[in-house]
Design a protein around this ligand. Structure first.
Ligand SMILES: [Zn+2]
Length: 437
């Protein structure tokens, strides 16, 4: 029974995984036992992930969609654990005393109103607008009302970066960080930070669900994860979406008045988004070692000890470029990271602590990370991996500090295409809107 805290809070568990006394406790306290599947229009669906179970030519059928979270067979029974939890009141909630801008304050008011009215809400804020600070007062209200909130992102790096910040400003609150690679086991925390994937394990669990970076991979276009978000909130709960580049689907929901909207065109420091400088490379990136046009820029950065990020569309291009870089600039200290790199978090930390001058990366660091005083360079910007959204997010890594608002962004490409054009146009449009306001 000592593990009971690891079960509570709208978790979907397999009955077979529980001991009898645990099961009895959960059932006596509002848990509910259900079949693992349900039928709709003659099709069979999985109760945990809500995806259709496609029949396989094997004896025991199971759900393939959520197999990563443990196998669910059609004849299994699930228990959905109780969520009627009231968290203790605290003597002090939010300990953050920073100053919000006028725009942020307006956003805060709109968020609190959405919470009060049980209304789903989208915060469309340019990169570096300070959306994290804007959710602090909302979180505080949730805590005061003894309710429960989850802050989710499709990207684990975003969750990891956010975790210490939330802990710091809510020192009396239980804050959990849960994702596939975490050592921390799930428990009933009042604020849970987790990847969107984890939501598949929950049903009617949260009063408020905050979905950060709603447009990013792997959430974008993933039906199972969208369903998981809707399923994980309580019936009268709300979903708050945060994005700098919201997906069309969500903007349509705003049009249909299903979701209310806050727009923030201005960065927290009031300066415009850095607009990318565009450079056409006539020869290949690796022409004469490193393309001479690009080398001029690198020479200057390295000579002046300025920090920079280099974005690549694919890992092999990055690895081969790293070799050239090492050969041509033996004095340059740098790291390279990708989604496949187990040392990624450690390497990013080295760059953050200024122990290395440069970081080479794939799109994995397109968002969710904040560094100050850096030049951002995208190589092979015409590659299909660099969508309009990705380019806008990458450009948004620059100019985030009050004292480095004019960091430079450079796109190097071999063909100018629609993605590059649209990304530059949208950044400049956002800057014009910010001035108008
Ligand atoms: Zn499933």
């Amino acid at each position: 029974m000592d593990k009971i805290n690891e079960y509570l809070g709208g978790r979907i568990l397999k009955k077979a995984d529980l001991k009898i006394d645990e099961l009895n406790y959960l059932l006596e306290n509002g848990g509910c036992l259900v079949p693992a599947t349900f039928k709709k229009r003659n099709k069979l669906y999985c109760r945990r992930c809500l995806m259709e179970i496609v029949k396989l030519p094997i004896k025991s059928q199971y759900c393939r969609a959520c197999i990563n979270l443990g196998k669910i067979e059609v004849n299994d029974e699930l228990i959905i654990t109780p969520t009627n939890v009231k968290f203790p009141s605290q003597s002090n909630y939010l300990t953050w005393h920073g100053q919000l801008t006028v725009n942020q304050e307006k956003g805060v008011r709109e968020l609190l109103k959405a919470f009060q009215n049980h209304q789903d809400h989208l915060v469309w804020a340019v990169t570096g607008a300070g959306k994290t600070e804007m959710i602090f007062p909302l979180l505080e209200q949730v805590l005061i009302q003894q309710k429960r909130v989850a802050i989710c992102s499709p990207r684990v790096d975003v969750c990891i970066e956010l975790y210490p910040r939330i802990q710091q400003v809510f020192p009396q609150t239980s804050v959990g960080l849960f994702h596939g690679k975490s050592d921390q086991k799930y428990y009933l925390a009042q604020i849970s930070l987790m990847t969107v994937h984890q939501l598949v394990r929950f049903e009617r669990a949260f009063d408020v669900l905050i979905i950060d970076e709603v447009d990013s991979y792997p959430l974008a276009g993933n039906n199972m994860l969208y369903k998981a978000i809707k399923k994980a909130k309580k019936d009268n709960g709300i979903i708050i979406y945060l994005s700098a580049t919201p997906p069309q689907k969500l903007l349509q929901a705003v049009k249909r008045k299903k979701v209310t909207l806050t727009k923030l065109y201005q960065r927290f420091h009031g300066h415009p988004l850095p607009e990318p400088h565009c450079h056409l490379l006539i020869e290949k990136l690796e022409f004469l070692g490193i393309n001479p046009k690009l080398r001029l820029r690198l020479n200057r950065l390295i000579r002046n000890h300025e920090r920079f990020m280099l974005f690549f569309p694919q890992i092999p291009i990055m690895k081969s470029f790293a070799k050239k870089l090492k050969k041509l600039y033996p004095e340059l200290s740098f790291v390279d990271v990708s989604s496949k790199d187990e040392q990624r978090l450690k390497k990013v930390q080295l760059f953050r602590e200024q122990q290395v001058q440069a970081i080479l990366t794939t799109t994995i660091l397109e968002r969710g990370v904040t560094f100050k005083k850096i030049t951002v360079i995208v190589l092979e910007a015409q590659a299909k991996e660099f969508t309009k959204t990705t380019l806008i997010q990458i450009a948004g890594r620059a100019g985030r500090g009050v004292d480095s608002f004019d960091d430079e962004v450079h796109f190097y490409y071999r063909f100018y295409n629609r993605q590059i054009k649209q990304a530059c146009q949208e950044i400049s449009y956002l800057n014009r809107q910010a001035v108008k306001k």
